[in-house]
Design a protein. Structure first.
Length: 323
């Protein structure tokens, strides 16, 4: 790998990539503290949700199965990203072998696609629960839950497959330094000496298509929920529903829009700085997993009651949980 950057016209297959976080020196300590805090809160929150839902039979319902699956995705994705980023910033441990780098990239994209579609499924689940409350138990059964989770996995795998094929076709003749804190497909394309536009266009197309139908279905579901909420006679009931809607939409917006900006714009010829891309992706990939337990779980009285019993050992009846 010596004098790697000096090689200009020789196509080679790299043995490793070097991660270079685009963080200003005076912001490095703040970035490290922020990442550590985000990771700590994310792991505590999501693992607590997983444990509470797993051990409490009263929470083995479709809604909580979806919440548990979301918590698993968030915990795994955060563990895939943040420890490596902290190692790069703290110890300058920036060299990543080619295989593990591709694995990290694949996990990031696979889990990101899964979360995008799971948020749609969860929005549709709430839509059925609010608009058709009497039919909800017969429509959203355990079988429907597991089939929908299986389909989310299949869709994610189908969308990821072209990236896995394309990334193996890339060759690198100028540098092996990724100006990013983790292994990312778009960045690999940027530093490669493979000039075919198909490698970056596919990113914009798949992201754009997913954004249209995922955001569209999610907004449609929440719009119908909001319309149903307007029919509630109680002002307190309306306030509760709209408060839930706004917080859910906040998380959805934080997840979708930074990714749309960072992945769609390069495909249409708009170049973003490394700092801008890093910030956008950090917001999209790391902030929602930290907020999801707060938004989807800890505001729920059944979850709160189960957590209270977990730490106090106090047992209550199922009816108490629903009070």
């Amino acid at each position: 790998m010596e004098n790697f950057a000096m090689m200009q016209n020789v196509t080679v297959t790299v043995a490793e990539f070097v991660l270079h976080c685009a963080v200003e020196p005076d912001q490095k300590n703040l970035t490290i503290i922020s990442l550590f805090f985000i990771y700590l809160v994310t792991m505590i929150g999501n693992l607590l949700v997983i444990v509470v839902i797993t051990i409490n039979p009263h929470l083995h319902t479709p809604m909580f199965f979806y919440i548990c699956f979301l918590a698993i995705i968030d915990a795994v994705n955060s563990s895939n990203l943040i420890p490596r980023m902290l190692a790069v910033l703290l110890f300058n441990s920036s060299a990543v072998p080619y295989g593990p780098c591709l694995l990290q990239m694949s996990v990031v994209y696979f889990l990101g696609i899964m979360e995008a579609h799971l948020l749609v499924v969860m929005a549709c689940d709430r839509y059925v629960a609010v608009v058709y409350p009497l039919r909800y138990p017969s429509i959203v059964t355990s079988k429907v839950v597991w089939v929908s989770i299986f389909l989310v996995n299949i869709i994610a795998l189908a969308i990821l497959t072209p990236y896995l094929v394309y990334v193996r076709e890339l060759s690198f003749c100028r540098t092996n330094v990724l100006p990013y804190c983790f292994c990312d497909y778009a960045t690999m394309v940027q530093i490669s000496c493979t000039n075919d536009p198909k490698y970056i266009v596919i990113l914009s197309i798949t992201t754009g298509i997913q954004a249209v139908y995922c955001v569209g279905l999610t907004l449609f579901s929440y719009l119908r929920i909001g319309t149903a909420a307007l029919k509630i006679t109680s002002d307190k009931g309306k306030q509760k529903v709209f408060s839930t809607l706004l917080t859910h939409l906040l998380v959805v917006g934080l997840f979708y829009f930074p990714l749309m900006i960072s992945y769609i714009l390069p495909g249409v010829g708009v170049k973003l700085s490394a700092e801008a891309c890093t910030t956008l992706v950090i917001v999209a990939i790391m902030i929602p997993p930290m907020m999801n337990p707060l938004i989807y779980s800890f505001r729920n009285k059944e979850i709160k009651g189960s957590i209270r019993r977990l730490f106090t050992g106090k047992r209550t009846s199922p009816q108490t949980d629903m009070d």
